[in-house]
Design a protein around this ligand. Structure first.
Ligand SMILES: NC(=O)c1ccc[n+]([C@@H]2O[C@H](COP(=O)([O-])OP(=O)(O)OC[C@H]3O[C@@H](n4cnc5c(N)ncnc54)[C@H](O)[C@@H]3O)[C@@H](O)[C@H]2O)c1
Length: 261
């Protein structure tokens, strides 16, 4: 047996809400590449199917589902469909979120509708999808893995109108620790990654501004923003037996940014 076998996910089943997105599709690809069967969920079945088709082309077993994971009934449905198709559910990687660059407002005037939208997209999506998944994991009694996506913004302010996003990601980090504490007795670990800017369409509007990007990169010791491939190794660690004794942790994937603060 190779030391690398602890990272394998053969026989495991994962669900990836937001799996049609930039980071989500990379996560789904990594899980499938390690041997997991994967359900890719996104707002429309077409969007999920596009990511799923690319994975099936590599030989992976993938189910594509359209769902709005800010709705409880949809979350229950995607979990039930996953268990029906694959017979179990072991892993959830919550990749729905973001929106920060679309609603930038001064903190003293941050509008409530924008605040609520960011919370729905980031916190409610993670909360409801995880509740549905974890209920199935607890019922099956096989333990499980929950991986959330927080952000360096959970712990670092940024002078760019980010009030709701920093608060939402702070909530994701706090929930990660809280859930880890509550669900350890079921053998379910809960961890999060906290990236700095990852070069994806969601942040293209910000990173396309050379002055903004230069300011960001100048503060990152490793001298660049992240790419989706920078996140997948951590995902395999947190979703596999390699991290069996690790829970409630928030791993910065930030080129050293938070080390400088
Ligand atoms: N891109 C970055 O720089 C960066 C940095 C740190 C953290 N993050 C976090 O990573 C996560 C993914 O970001 P991304 O850049 O891949 O974004 P993305 O927009 O490419 O992916 C998000 C996916 O979620 C889907 N989605 C949105 N609402 C949904 C809903 N209600 N139900 C089901 N699916 C829904 C979208 O259609 C999209 O495919 C977010 O939580 C984001 O905050 C991103």
């Amino acid at each position: 047996m190779s030391q690398l076998d602890v990272f394998r996910l053969d026989g495991r089943v994962a669900i990836v809400p937001g799996g049609g997105g930039a980071i989500g599709s990379a996560m789904a690809g990594a899980l499938a590449g390690a041997g997991a069967r994967v359900t890719v969920v996104d707002v429309t079945e077409e969007r999920a199917e596009a990511a799923a088709a690319a994975l099936r082309a590599t030989g992976a077993e993938v189910l594509a589902l359209g769902a709005d994971v800010t709705q409880e009934a949809d979350c229950e449905r995607i979990v039930a469909a996953t268990v029906e198709r694959f017979g179990r559910l072991d892993i959830i990687v919550n990749c729905v979120g973001g929106g920060a660059g679309k609603v930038l407002f001064d903190a003293q005037e941050y509008p409530r509708d924008a605040w609520d939208w960011i919370y729905e997209l980031n916190v409610r999506s993670t909360l409801l999808a995880t509740q549905a998944a974890v209920k199935a994991m607890i019922a099956a009694g096989n333990g499980g893995r929950v991986l959330n996506i927080s952000s360096v913004r959970a712990s670092l302010g940024i002078n760019a109108g980010y009030s709701a996003y920093v608060a939402a990601k702070g909530a994701i980090s706090s929930l990660t620790r809280q859930w880890a504490t509550e669900w350890a007795k079921h053998g379910i670990t809960v961890n999060a990654i906290a990236p700095t800017f990852v070069d994806t369409p969601q942040v293209a509007m910000l990173l396309d501004d050379p002055a903004f990007k230069a300011g960001i990169v100048s503060r990152i010791p490793l001298g660049r923003v992240g790419g989706t491939a920078d996140l997948t190794g951590a995902a395999l660690y947190f979703c596999s037996d390699a991290s069996s004794f690790v829970t409630g942790q928030i791993l910065g994937i930030d080129g050293g940014l938070t080390a400088t603060q």
